[in-house]
Design a protein. Structure first.
Ligand code: FE2
Ligand code: FE2
Length: 269
């Protein structure tokens, strides 16, 4: 991709943001800022909502009463996250109600082994991992262990966002994502310590691994650089991915799970 040409206004905006400029509810937003902010919010809102819908069957299917309560709590959290983000979008003049009504955010792939890379399947903005079906309790646990952790790392940047309503909303969301990943960590240890469960845990980790690595996007994508310049992200995709990887490697080493190889180049569709 050739380098994007920025206008003089864009360059002035980058400079102002670097020097601490922020935007609040009701402020007039520069066109580039508004466009990129709305992109990220749609991606998060649809992912939270679609994620909550994917988790919800597991209230009934969780192994015991205590776990049903915990899964119900997680589903409630994801729905609340979606509502917080959709409200921000509505405040920016987007119509989230009709979007939800006309898109199929509850759609999940039937093919359990499918790998869709970066290909879009429906007319929504969810991150691709939310197209896959959570088929087993082990998948639910891996979703907490991998995806809620990946989300936590991504949201960490938003704690310092230049868009103040988002920054404020993310504080509670971030804490709840930490609870979700802690649930994943607890159960990965339980399943990995069980000789009967461990091979299946490894098998499902192999299946989910490229899906979660794709969440960090294409490390060469230029959009990421703009997000950083606009103060909507702090780190590049590959920096966030490396922080996630360091944590996952340590945790998997502790319980004897092997992280599969991942090649970004193989994922482009
Ligand atoms: Fe969430
Ligand atoms: Fe979560």
């Amino acid at each position: 991709m050739s380098a994007r040409e920025y206008s003089a206004e864009d360059l002035k905006l980058f400079e102002d943001i670097k020097n601490g400029k922020t935007f609040d509810k009701g402020d007039e937003l520069p066109p580039l800022y508004r466009k990129m902010l709305i992109n990220l919010l749609w991606m998060q809102g649809d992912s939270e909502y679609s994620g909550g819908l994917g988790y919800s069957p597991w209230i009934a299917k969780a192994p015991d009463m205590r776990e049903k309560v915990l899964v119900a709590q997680i589903v409630k959290d994801e729905m609340r996250h979606a509502s917080v983000i959709y409200r921000l979008l509505d405040d920016l003049g987007q119509d989230t109600q009709s979007h939800i009504a006309k898109t199929e955010l509850d759609y999940k792939l039937e093919d359990d082994k499918a790998q869709i890379g970066f290909k879009r399947l429906k007319d929504d903005y969810r991150v691709n991992i939310f197209y896959y079906n959570i088929k087993y309790w082990t998948d639910f646990i891996l979703f907490n262990f991998l995806m809620d952790r990946a989300a936590g790392h991504q949201l960490e940047d938003t704690l310092q966002s230049s868009y103040l309503p988002w920054k404020k909303g993310i504080e509670g969301i971030y804490k709840e994502e930490i609870m979700h990943l802690t649930h994943g960590d607890k159960w990965v240890k339980i399943l990995a310590a069980d000789e009967k469960e461990k091979p299946f845990l490894q098998e499902r980790l192999n299946l989910w691994w490229p899906r979660v690595m794709n969440v960090f996007g294409n490390s060469k994508g230029q959009a990421n650089d703009i997000y950083v310049r606009l103060g909507l992200k702090r780190r590049t995709n590959s920096e966030v991915r490396d922080a996630f990887l360091a944590e996952i490697h340590k945790l998997c080493d502790e319980v004897g799970l092997v992280i599969p190889e991942y090649k970004e180049a193989d994922q482009a569709v």
